[in-house]
Design a protein around this ligand. Structure first.
Ligand SMILES: *[C@@H]1O[C@H](CO)[C@@H](O)[C@H](O)[C@H]1NC(C)=O
Ligand SMILES: *[C@@H]1O[C@H](CO)[C@@H](O)[C@H](O)[C@H]1NC(C)=O
Ligand SMILES: *[C@@H]1O[C@H](CO)[C@@H](O)[C@H](O)[C@H]1NC(C)=O
Ligand SMILES: *[C@@H]1O[C@H](CO)[C@@H](O)[C@H](O)[C@H]1NC(C)=O
Ligand SMILES: *[C@@H]1O[C@H](CO)[C@@H](O)[C@H](O)[C@H]1NC(C)=O
Ligand SMILES: *[C@@H]1O[C@H](CO)[C@@H](O)[C@H](O)[C@H]1NC(C)=O
Ligand SMILES: *[C@@H]1O[C@H](CO)[C@@H](O)[C@H](O)[C@H]1NC(C)=O
Ligand SMILES: *[C@@H]1O[C@H](CO)[C@@H](O)[C@H](O)[C@H]1NC(C)=O
Ligand SMILES: *[C@@H]1O[C@H](CO)[C@@H](O)[C@H](O)[C@H]1NC(C)=O
Ligand SMILES: *[C@@H]1O[C@H](CO)[C@@H](O)[C@H](O)[C@H]1NC(C)=O
Ligand SMILES: *[C@@H]1O[C@H](CO)[C@@H](O)[C@H](O)[C@H]1NC(C)=O
Length: 599
């Protein structure tokens, strides 16, 4: 055989090591099987695993020798024979607390090679029976902890009370929240109850427990059955986010102020909020006597209103659970005469769909800006609508809003910078729609005056709720029997218009409001008769268009059939004598259509 020097050296070194090994362990060469480990089931059985040696082997014998603690020479031996490298021996009810000497023998041909006997208490490798979990309870005054109590059946459990108290059990507790947040903690048992801490307050946990004897040689027991327990409540760990809205100015500069706040999320509330506490003060009066609606605030309230004087005022808000009071939220209200600090001046709002808008702004460079507040509300003619708001940190420059939005409703969206203790800056407001519609109401045109060939018309604007879009302009239609309908655009800000140079005849006049989405409903119509002499008002009748058409259709029918005229029309004014007599329904429809197309 040829060997390189390196291989030679390795071989020599190996031989040396084997020699040393043989001297120290006096194990025969070749290598016998090696016991890896056993698992004792108390009073039931023991299962051992081993590694084959390097001898030709046809079968193995596992020998378990029980050493009585009272009489060490009184031994009992159990064996089992197998072709595998694992075997289980019944313990015949014998305790695992005593010493066991375990040997594995490999049989091959005429020779047998045995592992060195390994003697140690059986329970070093015992798999304990699952613990019995009795109770998982909150701990008064420690909302981060649960008290877990358990028990054992002493005949099945090879560790005594004393040994448990001395810390001979390694234990693990598994905690799972409702959100399936899962954790395993190591605990040292010193009895039958243990505190599991660093939990979240007011949270339901599902708990399981398992033990092993002393260390990793003993495998973990099966998990106990699970039990649920809830940690105690704690005081809220943060103050609610606090905001205000100045609603109306009263006499002597007193202002009706709404205070608004966001409910605390559960992970900050640490329990069920029982009530909120609002107190306001000014620089001169320590506590205001009139609390308005801010006196008793139950757990569901998120706003209250009170009157505050003209000067600077401060309000504080706390939330309380059964366990205590949150830190304070503070808000400063500038005096009516104070100049407010600036807010972002470039804001945009982009509709994403019918019920959401993206608001963007350019951040201020002022380092004292602590946050931004985006506010929005539906614009109403009279009633003030719900104010929605959101506070964002100073690094954010956009917000997608979805709360309280619907199409064809005008919203005022504003962004304010908040300067920490110095309070909020002035607002920058824009008006927007998620989607514009056409006006749902018509315009009631009133004839103010007729003189010469001129007709002066007035109208009231469409309320913002019914406008459903930004008003662009109005289309004013007027027509006589002989001429096609004519129309003019009237600017959206106008409240009156004068038609000029009308030739004599009967005119039907009506008006539509146009938003960016198109023309709205037709309102009431004015009918004007312009005489050929010095033209004067004969009469003007204001009848809703739909009614007119219906009436005319009815009359047309009656006229055509010429039946029971007297009976039916007894109480109806004679249409032929009114200015409506020139109104033909067919041309109306055509004229309206062509009029719309013309716009
Ligand atoms: C050892 O005992 C346990 C507990 O009774 C049993 O579940 C297991 O099957 C037994 N092992 C063998 C190999 O019989
Ligand atoms: C110990 O056991 C051996 C063998 O079973 C027996 O001969 C001996 O008498 C016992 N000794 C005592 C003190 O019981
Ligand atoms: C098991 O124990 C019983 C009495 O406790 C004994 O009669 C029997 O021989 C034992 N069996 C073995 C296999 O040791
Ligand atoms: C659990 O603890 C509570 C309170 O200490 C007690 O009322 C209850 O009986 C206990 N339950 C069990 C199964 O021990
Ligand atoms: C845990 O519960 C047990 C049994 O109810 C009780 O004896 C022990 O005092 C409790 N521990 C704490 C810290 O409350
Ligand atoms: C628990 O103890 C084991 C060793 O026994 C260790 O590996 C593990 O990291 C420990 N787990 C924790 C959460 O401390
Ligand atoms: C509300 O807060 C004020 C001032 O901090 C305090 O004096 C008052 O007792 C609190 N009210 C309640 C019900 O906690
Ligand atoms: C509108 O857009 C928002 C944000 O993108 C989304 O959360 C919401 O589900 C959308 N609504 C509809 C009706 O599509
Ligand atoms: C004003 O608002 C209140 C409550 O939101 C409502 O009950 C009332 O009908 C509204 N009035 C008008 C004129 O819209
Ligand atoms: C912003 O200020 C203007 C004028 O002071 C006011 O009309 C408007 O309602 C305010 N907008 C908001 C959202 O408070
Ligand atoms: C009036 O408004 C309509 C609809 O928005 C538009 O199409 C039209 O151009 C406007 N006319 C004038 C003169 O502004």
């Amino acid at each position: 055989m040829e060997r390189s020097p390196a291989v030679m050296w390795t071989w020599l070194l190996g031989a040396g090591l084997v020699l040393v090994f043989c001297i120290t362990t006096s194990t025969a060469f070749p290598r016998p099987p090696r016991l890896i480990g056993c698992v004792f089931i108390h009073r039931v059985n023991v299962t051992c695993h081993w590694e084959p040696g390097d001898t030709p082997t046809t079968k193995y014998t596992l020998q378990v020798e029980k050493i009585s603690s009272a009489n060490r020479s009184a031994k009992k031996t159990y064996t089992c024979t197998t072709h595998e490298t694992t075997c289980t021996i019944g313990l015949n009810g014998s305790t695992s607390r005593i010493d066991f000497c375990i040997t594995v023998t490999a049989h091959g041909g005429s020779e047998s090679f045995s592992s060195h006997p390994r003697c140690q208490p059986g329970r070093t490798e015992v798999m304990l029976p699952p613990a019995i979990l009795n109770n998982v309870t909150e701990v008064r005054g420690s909302p981060q902890c649960l008290n877990v109590t358990w028990s054992r059946v002493s005949s099945d459990f090879p560790v005594s009370d004393n040994e448990i108290q001395q810390g001979n059990l390694n234990s693990q507790i598994e905690t799972v929240t409702e959100q399936l947040d899962f954790q395993i903690r190591n605990v040292t048992m010193e009895g039958y109850s243990v505190l599991v801490c660093h939990l979240r307050p007011d949270t339901e946990y599902t708990i399981r427990l398992r033990h092993r004897y002393r260390g990793p040689a003993s495998p973990w027991s099966m998990w106990s059955k699970a039990l649920q327990g809830r940690t105690a409540e704690d005081a809220p760990s943060a103050a609610p986010v606090f905001w205000r809205r100045v609603k109306q100015n009263h006499r002597n500069g007193w202002r009706l102020v709404s205070l608004l706040w966001k409910p605390l999320p559960h992970f900050l509330a640490n329990g069920k909020i029982i009530f909120y506490n609002v107190t306001c003060q000014t620089e001169s009066t320590p506590i205001l006597s009139d609390h308005g609606s801010c006196k008793y605030l139950h757990h569901l309230s998120t706003s209250c209103s009170l009157l505050l004087p003209a000067g600077r005022s401060f309000c504080t808000l706390t939330a309380s659970t059964s366990a205590g009071v949150s830190p304070k939220s503070k808000i400063l209200l500038h005096g009516s005469s104070e100049t407010e600090s600036p807010s972002p001046c470039h804001i945009t709002a982009t509709p994403l769909n019918d019920s959401s808008l993206e608001v963007r702004w350019v951040a201020l460079t002022d380092a004292s800006v602590s946050s931004y507040v985006v506010e929005w509300f539906a614009v109403r003619e009279k009633n003030s609508s719900t104010l929605y708001w959101e506070e964002l940190n100073r690094y954010q420059t956009s917000l997608v809003i979805t709360e309280g939005l619907k199409p064809m409703e005008r919203y005022a969206v504003s962004v304010r910078a908040v300067y920490g203790e110095r309070g909020a800056g002035k607002n920058t407001t824009l008006y927007t729609y998620t989607r514009q519609g056409t006006p749902s109401a018509g315009i009631d045109v009133k004839v103010q005056q007729i003189s010469g060939g001129m007709v002066e018309l007035t109208w009231s604007p469409v309320p913002v709720e019914l406008l459903r879009g930004f008003l662009r302009n109005y289309t004013l239609y007027y027509r006589t029997r002989d001429q096609p309908a004519r129309s003019v655009f009237v600017p959206g800000h106008a409240r009156s218009y004068t038609l000029q140079n009308l030739s004599p005849g009967n005119y039907a006049i009506f008006m539509l409001a146009n938003t960016e989405a198109g023309a709205g409903e037709t309102g009431t119509m004015a009918n004007v008769h312009i005489r050929s002499e010095d033209i004067s008002v004969v009469m003007y009748v204001v009848v809703p268009l739909v009614l007119t058409i219906l009436a005319l259709i009815l009359m047309a029918c009656l006229a055509q059939h010429g039946i029971v005229k007297e009976k039916l029309c007894k109480d109806v004014p004679d249409p032929s004598s009114s200015s409506l007599s020139h109104w033909a329904p067919k041309t109306t429809l055509e004229a309206t259509v062509s009029g719309n197309q013309a716009t």
